[in-house]
Write a protein that binds this ligand. Structure first.
Ligand code: IPM
Ligand code: MG
Length: 360
């Protein structure tokens, strides 16, 4: 029995709808396992911009840092697309990752047998796919300097810098090797070392660190080839480790193997407080319609328990509940086949919470 304080940033769009179901799942875990979770809400993204004029108010940073873990919904939307770059909801998200020192972003893409038909890729290619993308999150071209837009007329230039230091590469590679040890012990490091110096250093550094992990099999792939291999034969991958922008792109691609981005969780760890968010965005097109799939957020709660609070049995309980919900046939529109009955966000969330409670 333990007491935890959990920060919740509902955010924008469908964020509040899916977060409500995540909180419900966590309360069910508390009831089933005898833990107490105290929730505090904070603002970020468009909601914060509207109220305080900034996408990440200082109170939010402080409150989140004082908690055990952060459950995050989604931010952004058409309403804020025209605001200045540094005030965009997305800027708040990037700043929060940096503030929390959350340099390791874990994005699992595992294909549930029940959803084999939901993907646009052939079921026989997908069956058994279970990939963990480990994306570096606080470095690379997202944060590198110099950056900017300057000059005049046809010579006006926009530029960014892809830069990685050895310590940044070593710490993310270590996360990948450690996770691989808990899985099938294979790491594929993805770079563009045939063209980019930053990638050459990336590759050399990963090879160096691998000496400490002789039990883990290491391979290397160029990012373009990896994009192809993920579609051609996704089962070949166990853990993929890569930089910020390659990871951004490959993790969206990997998500489509599972049929819907509405199924995918993520964890951003490495700092003192972990940051847990569904991989999908704020989906402004379906706000308030009870169409959002809460399973990504509920799976995110599983990751919060596993990687944030180190409560493995509790995390397993959540993952089992998700499988139960799927085998009971409940489907939000994103994962329903034509003609299948559609359930609401809340119905799916209630079923998951009930399955967690029943498992005590
Ligand atoms: C993601 C998103 C973000 C990113 C955006 C919203 C800044 O695409 O979490 O993958 O690029 O990191
Ligand atoms: Mg992305």
């Amino acid at each position: 029995m333990a007491a935890y304080t959990i920060s919740v940033i509902h955010g924008d769009g469908i964020g509040p709808e899916v977060c409500a179901e995540g909180v419900k799942a966590l309360k069910a875990v508390g009831a089933a396992c005898g833990h107490s979770f105290a929730f505090t809400d904070y603002l970020a993204g468009g909601a914060a911009l509207d109220k305080h004029g900034v996408p990440l108010p200082p109170d939010t940073i402080k409150g989140v840092k004082d908690s055990h873990a952060l459950l995050f919904g989604a931010i952004g939307g058409p309403k804020w697309e025209k605001v200045a770059h540094h005030l965009k909801p997305e800027a708040g998200l990037l700043q929060l990752r940096k503030e929390l020192g959350a340099f390791a972003n874990l994005r699992p893409a595992n294909v549930h047998d029940e959803l084999l038909d939901a993907s646009t890729i052939k079921p026989e290619v997908l069956k058994g796919t279970d990939v963990m993308v480990v994306r570096e999150l606080t470095g690379g071209i997202y944060f590198g300097t110099p950056r900017g837009i300057d000059g005049e007329g046809a010579n006006r230039k926009g530029y960014n810098t892809e830069v990685y230091a050895v310590y940044e590469i070593e710490r993310i590679a270590k996360v990948a090797f450690d996770i691989a040890r808990l899985r099938r012990k294979k790491v594929c490091s993805v770079d563009k070392a045939n063209v980019l110096e930053s990638s050459q250093l990336w590759r050399d550094t990963v090879i160096g660190l691998h000496k400490q992990y002789p039990d883990v099999e290491l391979s290397h792939m160029y990012v373009d080839n990896c994009a192809m291999q993920l579609i051609r034969n996704p089962r070949q991958f166990d853990v993929i480790v890569t930089g910020n922008i390659f990871g951004d792109i490959l993790s969206d691609e990997a998500s489509m193997l599972t049929g819907s981005i509405g199924m995918l969780a993520s964890a951003s760890v490495g700092g003192p407080v972990g940051f847990f968010e569904p991989t999908h965005g704020s989906a402004p097109d379906i706000v308030g319609q009870e169409k959002a799939n809460p399973l990504a957020t509920i799976a995110t709660v599983g990751m919060l328990l596993r990687y944030g609070l180190k409560l493995t049995a509790e995390a397993d309980l959540v993952d089992r509940a998700i499988r139960q919900v799927l085998s009971s046939g409940l489907r939000t529109p994103d994962i329903a086949r034509p003609g299948e009955r559609i359930s609401t966000t809340r119905t799916v969330g209630d079923a998951a919470a009930a399955a967690i409670r029943a498992a005590r």
